[in-house]
Design a protein around this ligand. Structure first.
Ligand code: NDP
Ligand code: PYC
Length: 336
């Protein structure tokens, strides 16, 4: 496959021009381009520049508000609410983040409920940002009802990612993955590259197992880990949907009425202050956590995010990332 090298500035510039061309306002362009660049520089292919297609489709249906300023509800409690006003989620999260950090430090535990947002992005950048303030963090969001529950035959759940972060000296412990066997973005990449899926990832429109990505897009995806992933996925629906007064993946799918736009729903971020929660014994807590990380590494197993941190260091040192020439040309066409 022919590859194209792009520097960080070129990645950001391509994202910025494309978002401007499809109609996003300046504050949204900045927030979205920053997120896509962060992901691409860590080699997160399914949620980096590739996501510009979803951003463009979402404006084309004419229902996203590409200019809306988020409205924050702040009181004296540990709960922060950010109404995205029908825009992409990222600006709302960005605006609410300092308040979430402040509340977590004051109360030990705090929650951010982001509502009425179109959502397309990876969750780890926001979770990693919270660990940078010495906080542990958890984030979840539904999507569209593309995923069959374990034992079911058609979509009812979203791909429903969960991201968790734990602060450390140096790179934090962070994981971020869909509760479906594959993220939707990953299946789209298989379809683009005309590659068969592994077994156990998807069902066709008749509820039968398939390895054909096209049939998977028309059918349903499977959860990871059978009934365990299915239950976790349902937890995400409840925590980032009804709990915060917003839509489930089933509601989001119905709301889209078949339009090819990003899912529309909410997102929850929870932040925990280890200092407050350990009763000031944070040095002991850190040492205990580090012994566990060392035991895992000592067995030859790797921690989540280690591949990503290695990619980040490599790309920063060489000053570029690589994307396929086909993707680059398709993105250029989108921005012209
Ligand atoms: P993956 O299946 O690629 O898993 C990603 C996580 O697992 C990373 O933290 C990764 O670390 C870690 N990991 C992978 N392999 C190993 C291993 N062998 N040992 C230890 N850890 C490992 O992710 P998904 O495809 O499920 O999700 C990709 C992205 O899609 C996520 O960022 C998610 O937020 C996003 N997404 C967004 C949705 C939305 O609605 N907004 C919906 C669904 C997904 P590393 O990166 O170092 O490999
Ligand atoms: O990859 O499943 C996914 C996804 C859904 C919304 C954004 N990404």
């Amino acid at each position: 496959m022919t590859m194209r090298r792009l520097s960080r500035d070129e990645v950001h510039g391509l994202a910025t021009r494309t978002l401007q061309a499809v109609g996003y306002g300046p504050r949204h362009v900045q927030a979205i381009a920053d997120m896509l660049t962060t992901c691409q520089m860590d080699d997160c292919q399914s949620h980096g520049l590739f996501r510009l297609f979803m951003c463009a489709e979402t404006t084309r249906t004419g229902r996203v508000d590409p200019q809306a300023d988020p409205a924050l509800t702040l009181d004296d409690s540990a709960v922060v609410r950010a109404d995205a006003g029908g825009a992409i989620s990222l600006l709302a999260v960005q605006a609410a983040m300092p308040h979430l950090v402040d509340r977590a430090k004051r109360f030990g535990v705090a929650a951010l409920a982001v509502t009425r947002c179109y959502h397309f992005s990876a969750l780890w950048p926001e979770v990693e940002q919270l660990t940078g303030h010495g906080l542990s963090a958890l984030s979840m969001t539904p999507s569209h009802a593309w995923v069959a529950p374990a034992g079911g035959t058609r979509g009812a759940l979203g791909t429903n990612p969960i991201s968790f972060g734990w602060p450390r000296n140096g790179d934090p412990f962070v994981f971020d993955f869909a509760t479906s066997a594959f993220a939707r973005g990953e299946i789209e990449l298989y379809r683009r590259e005309n590659k068969p899926l592994p077994e156990g990832v998807a069902l066709d429109a008749n509820g039968q197992p398939t390895t054909d990505p096209e049939a998977a897009m028309d059918g349903a995806m499977c959860t990871f880990g059978s009934y365990k992933g299915s239950a976790l996925s349902l937890m995400v629906e409840l925590m980032a949907g009804p709990l915060i007064g917003d839509l489930t993946s089933l509601d989001s799918m119905a709301y889209a009425e078949g339009r090819p736009e990003a899912p529309y729903h909410g997102q929850i971020l929870l932040a925990f202050d280890p200092d407050r929660l350990s009763g000031g014994a944070v040095a002991d807590s850190d040492a205990r956590a580090e012994r566990l990380f060392a035991e895992i590494g000592g067995q030859g197993a790797r921690l989540p995010s280690e591949r990503r941190y290695a990619a980040r260091a490599r790309n920063a040192a060489r000053g570029y990332v690589e994307i396929s020439e086909t993707l680059y040309q398709d993105l250029l066409a989108l921005s012209s």
